[in-house]
Write a protein that binds this ligand. Structure first.
Ligand SMILES: NC(=O)c1ccc[n+]([C@@H]2O[C@H](COP(=O)([O-])OP(=O)(O)OC[C@H]3O[C@@H](n4cnc5c(N)ncnc54)[C@H](O)[C@@H]3O)[C@@H](O)[C@H]2O)c1
Length: 420
């Protein structure tokens, strides 16, 4: 009896040891997979795919320019960051002139996603379909290129904002580095390869103090992680141009503003706070020098983006192999007339008919630069780029949009959201 009991315990013990080994091995395997396999579908839930979805993609991507139209055959553009501020404007402009556009956006919550959804609704009403997905999702990108032979990619998806980089640095690496590489991989594998136009930033000029900023100036002294990721993007796109023959145009935007803008930007948050009777913080540089920005109205930027798409030469590679040199271009898209932040506030006060409660403080060392000023000769010469909207006029349009979108009851200072 005692021998039987002993044998029974011995076999239960062995069984237990085997079970333990199995559980540990499975656990180790799973954690290893989650460490190395960030592109697996577990991270990007498949809210896409299926026949109906493919039909929507094809319809949205089809150009609608009448045959023989003076602008030639329409483009078929994959537009990343389509639910973003500049992305939504560019999508609409392309659609309006008869090009095909498919958007992709991950609707992240860096700022109120309901504003992104409202922009998507606006695009939807003009026949532009926006896929909810992340540019790091290689399977989704491959699928999109399988369904549509896009002629161009307008890549505007990014983690924007200079100061937020100190709070959430990983989001900049995720979207501006890893996401960019994921997109370029899909583009270089696509057949035909699309031409790529993408958003860099004036922030790459960093600590450069020669003005106005010209494309030939040094850009190796970024003042923020955001700027560093945009500069890295310029180097990364150069590599893909060099190895795979992708046609690349990088656009250095200078402080873009306008209707449907970004709530994290000063002109937008000043408007909100002034209307709500809250104090606004106005930063000042060293020695009491006012900060200045080369504010550029969104319609001018859109024209620069479309001109870049129209003039982008072809990519030369096929099957991931370069067949010849392809264009690599970089342009400043600014307004060439910097305006100080106190002047911006004064214009807003006039249009809002409310005096701001200003709290003037010295600029903290958070990555902001004291001024930006664009030299746009190159873009003028090669793209025919010519900004036409003054800050006065642009802010007037912004304020009109702001009041109609959020609603404003002067008596109670209450806001009503009229999302589309
Ligand atoms: N607005 C400016 O003043 C300015 C100045 C210089 C450069 N830029 C650049 O222009 C581009 C557009 O800027 P914006 O002002 O419209 O910003 P935005 O934040 O409104 O638009 C970016 C969009 O990209 C999406 N996105 C971010 N990461 C993504 C990811 N991994 N996958 C899919 N979608 C993702 C966001 O949800 C957002 O809708 C950005 O690349 C930005 O860095 C903007």
């Amino acid at each position: 009896m005692s021998r039987q009991l002993h044998r029974c315990f011995a076999s239960t013990g062995t069984l237990f040891l085997w079970a333990l080994l199995l559980v540990t091995t499975t656990g180790t395997y799973l954690s290893f997979r989650s460490f190395v396999d960030t592109s697996s579908s577990r991270y990007f839930p498949a809210s896409w795919g299926g026949l109906h979805w493919e039909r929507q993609i094809r319809a949205s991507a089809s150009p609608r320019r009448p045959p023989g139209s003076p602008e030639g055959a329409g483009l078929s553009v994959l537009l990343t960051g389509a639910a973003g501020f500049i992305g939504a404007h560019c999508s609409l402009a392309l659609r309006k002139r008869g090009d095909g556009v498919v958007g992709i956006d991950n609707f992240n919550s860096y700022y109120d996603p309901s504003l992104k959804k409202a922009r998507r609704a606006l695009l939807g009403s003009h026949g532009v379909f926006v896929v909810e997905g992340d540019i790091n999702d290689g399977r989704l990108l491959t699928k999109l290129f399988d369904v549509v032979p896009f002629t161009h990619v307008l890549h505007l998806a990014a983690q924007a904002g200079v100061r937020y980089a100190m709070e959430n640095p990983a989001s900049y690496v995720h979207s501006n580095i890893a996401g960019l590489v994921s997109l370029l991989e899909a583009c270089k594998d696509a057949d035909p390869q699309p031409a790529i136009v993408w958003a860099s930033s004036s922030s790459v000029y960093g600590l450069n103090d020669r003005v106005p900023f010209s494309e030939s100036h040094r850009t190796d002294q970024p003042a923020s992680l955001y700027a560093a990721t945009k500069k890295a993007g310029e180097e990364i796109t150069h590599t893909y141009n060099h190895i795979y023959g992708l046609s690349v145009t990088g656009l250095r935007f200078f402080t873009v503003y306008g209707p449907w803008g970004r709530p994290d930007m000063a002109y937008f948050s000043f408007t909100r706070d002034i209307l709500q009777g809250k104090p606004i913080t106005v930063y000042r540089g060293r020695d009491h020098v006012d900060l200045a920005r080369d504010f550029t109205y969104v319609d001018d930027i859109v024209r620069g983006c479309l001109a870049s798409l129209d003039t982008a030469g072809r990519s030369t590679g096929t099957g991931g192999k370069k067949r010849g040199p392809a264009p690599y271009r970089i342009f400043n898209l600014g307004n060439t007339s910097p305006v100080t932040v106190p002047t911006l506030v004064a214009i807003l006060e006039r249009y809002l008919r409310v005096n701001a409660k200003k709290h003037v403080v010295e600029m903290p060392g958070n990555g902001d630069v004291p001024f930006t000023h664009a030299n746009i000769s190159l873009a003028r010469e090669q793209l025919g780029y010519k900004p036409t909207t003054s800050l006065e006029m642009g802010l007037k349009k912004f304020v009109r949009w702001y009041l109609s979108y959020y609603g404003y009851n002067r008596g109670t200072h209450e806001f009503n959201n009229h999302y589309l």
